[in-house]
Design a protein around this ligand. Sequence first.
Ligand SMILES: Cc1ncc(COP(=O)(O)O)c(C=O)c1O
Length: 435
Amino acid sequence: MPEAPSARPEYLDYSYDMFLSSIDGEQSEAIRFSDWIDKVEADGRYPFEAARLGAQRPATRVRRTDGTEVELLNFSSYNYLGYGVHPEVIEAAKQALDQYGLGACSSPVQAGTLDLHSQLERNLLDFVGLPGRGVSLFSSGYAVNTGTISAVMKRRHHIVLDKSVHMSILEGAQLSRAKIHYFEHNDPESLRTILEELAPSGRRILVCTEGVFSADGDFGALGEIVPLAKSYGAQVLVDEAHSFGVAGPNGRGVAEAQGVLDQVDYLVITFSKALGGVGGALITTHELARYVNWYARCRMFSCAMDPAVTAGVARAVELLGSSDGDARRKRVLANAAQLRESLSDVDIGPSKSWIVPVIYGPEDRTILLADYLMRRGHEGSVMEFPAVPVGQARIRLFVTSEHTPSQIQRCAAAMHDAAEHFGFVTTDRREEPSQ
Ligand SMILES: Cc1ncc(COP(=O)(O)O)c(C=O)c1O
């Protein structure tokens, strides 16, 4: 007798690392991976890579890869302060497009530096308010980390990473060929033990951490970690990708909130999060910024930021420093607090920020869960191993200043419904460190 078909599709038993590589010349890993996508698509459940049909607003429409279109309540794009759709930002970008054309058409060190780039640099320096600093602009936030770290650190140096830092920091460290060490996440004592051992060598040491960690939405313990690193003669890189513009009394980031902004040697910011654009910047001493401009290979050998985005981001930075920025910061903090509060009976880990992960656990729920939510008009950014530890797969919800209280309520209701349906309701909350 033929076997009854199993109700559970075999494509659920995948993991990202299954496809990483194989040794044959046929590149069978790529073929197997592509087959896996075909199978999920054939079942009408592929939830990834759905094309946006409009701007990244709280309500949006997407076309899934099978051609079906869905209206979505969008909690899965950054645009934390809504500047990606601000009329003045869009107008500045349009004007730049008319005046400067589509692209910068050269490396920034050669013919690619536009007047607009200098304007953006000035706006950033005015906004962060640190005298004697310089700026190095990059075409992505990712490139700020890989370019900067590999430019300033070399084989004989030491890099000490928080265990949870972003891939771009790790990749920058690997590119530099310096010796890499890890301290326990947000744990000054673990960092101290490592620095104690490394400092006597007199070699250059770089400690890297973040303002808001993007998988858990917790704040870096910068108030302790930065002075500790400095006391051992180490330099410090703080990636404020998710916190620049949002955290701190003036929006300068978590380092500002915790009173250590002026001690940070390399302040990394991206334009893709609170500013709703693309690109990034390093803020450091005037001398180091000049050095990185020339020695960060992904900057030197790559085209400068395009005119439209540069002008839009420059305008957004001006707005960040005005009462408009204050009002948006207030709204995003209130919205995030409302969402975290509404999700108090599911596991949101140690989140205290505008990144709120709903941790559902096993990776094999991801496809069905994401598909389930999408069919009901909801989407969060799903994240699973190897981006987070095995068994801690999650839906990351990004809250913005533009969400309304009723949209936040609907999102929380959808998470509760999914939690019931997939059986991951829990009141077993982890300990929350304070900012
Ligand atoms: C901590 C951190 N740094 C850097 C980046 C890269 O930024 P971008 O996407 O702007 O290149 C990200 C992206 O999400 C991030 O989370």
